[in-house]
Design a protein. Structure first.
Length: 93
């Protein structure tokens, strides 16, 4: 059985995207982004002004999106994960 079809893998993936979407809705920065910003400042580099994803998407697209756009994207991605879970449920052994 492929790794992506294992129930524990699918559950972890769903939990991760739900966590990111909830963080975004309540306005909490990702703990990894917070850690990276702190490490950058400790090294003398300039930390990101916003989120990690926001920083790189802005750099790739040269577009300054408001945080609500990223909240919508995280939420839509979470809904896609749920839809895929329902359409292609994990197989039991």
């Amino acid at each position: 059985m492929a790794l992506v079809n294992r129930p524990w893998f699918r559950a972890m993936h769903l939990a991760a995207i739900v966590f990111v979407a909830i963080e975004s809705w309540i306005g909490i920065a990702c703990p990894l982004t917070t850690l990276e910003s702190w490490l950058r400042s400790q090294a003398g580099a300039t930390p990101y002004a916003g989120s990690f994803i926001g920083h790189w998407v802005q750099g790739a697209l040269f577009y300054d999106a408001p945080p609500r756009v990223f909240t919508a994207v995280y939420t839509l991605f979470g809904l896609v994960v749920v839809a895929v879970w329902r359409c292609y449920p994990p197989r039991r052994r």
